[in-house]
Design a protein around this ligand. Structure first.
Ligand code: PEP
Ligand code: MN
Length: 264
């Protein structure tokens, strides 16, 4: 009997997602996505990008439309930031990923980015997921902060059911009773989602913990349990970042993590 949680597309057959020639998933070397939470200005994105590129990151991240809890804080630079991100990435030969929050900006983001990021707050936005089915670019689908494994799987199915099977999953922590960490990074979701869906699964220890000192141990733990990559927030001056400074690491700390990962 068909239930509401039956998957049709992602049933465990391993998929490899190609991002500008970088292969993600099914035993390929872990992809490392790094960059600031948000693009703030030209100098910040350039210096951060140069540092993460030098340390060995494969893909540059940077939010330009930011889903912030308070409407009174920095909301991202929008198109202006997108152009900065793209120019800097092009100068280094790196693909980019940035978050799309609404259908309205799909065309704009599509034009510039290599991977479209769907944030935790948008995982349940079914009209947005349907629209993503109509594009031919890879989608990084973050787990909703209160999403069960089944709900997350079905969100991925929404995109596929509307025509796009290029989905990468990202575990970014779920809400729990504890407030010491920003979220509880559910690493058991990594092998579960890989086995159940066959999709590549990457881990975001930055939003997953909210704490700078936990990025290195949780990055190693994520790779040890089979993650196909990591997404890490890096800032040239974390204490003065316009968003997520507490969880952002310095280029030096990032480069230390990269050396350790290469040893693994
Ligand atoms: C982000 O990656 O900048 C972000 C907003 O993440 P999340 O959707 O996981 O909170
Ligand atoms: Mn962030």
């Amino acid at each position: 009997m068909e239930t509401t949680m039956d998957t049709k597309f992602f049933v465990g057959e391993h998929r490899i997602i190609d991002v500008a020639g970088i292969k993600i998933g099914n035993g390929h070397p872990p992809v490392i996505i790094a960059g600031p939470c948000a693009v703030e200005n030209e100098e910040q994105i350039l210096k951060t990008a140069q540092a993460v590129h030098k340390a060995g990151a494969n893909i540059l991240r940077g939010g330009v439309f930011k889903p912030r809890t308070s409407p009174y804080v920095f909301q991202g630079l929008g198109k202006e930031g997108l152009i900065m991100l793209k120019n800097v990435a092009d100068s280094l030969g790196m693909p980019i990923i940035t978050e799309l929050m609404d259908v309205e900006n799909l065309e704009l983001i599509y034009e510039y980015t290599d991977i479209i990021q769907i944030g935790s707050r948008s995982m349940y936005n079914y009209s947005l997921l349907k629209a993503l089915g109509t594009v031919d670019k890879p989608i990084l689908l973050k787990r909703g902060m209160s999403a069960t494994i089944a709900e997350w799987m079905m969100a991925a199915e929404y995109i596929a059911a509307h025509g796009n099977t290029n989905v990468i999953l990202c575990e970014r922590g779920i809400r729990s009773f504890d407030t010491y960490t920003r979220n509880t990074l559910d690493l058991s979701a990594v092998p579960i989602m890989k086995m159940k869906t066959g999709l590549p699964v990457i881990v975001d220890p930055s939003h997953g913990t909210g704490r700078r000192e936990l990025i290195k141990p949780m990055s190693k733990a994520a790779l040890a349990c089979g993650a196909d990559g990591l997404m890490i927030e890096v800032h040239i001056d974390p204490d003065n970042a316009l968003s997520d400074g507490k969880q952002s690491i310095t280029p030096e700390q990032f480069s230390d993590i990269m050396s350790e990962i290469k040893r693994m």
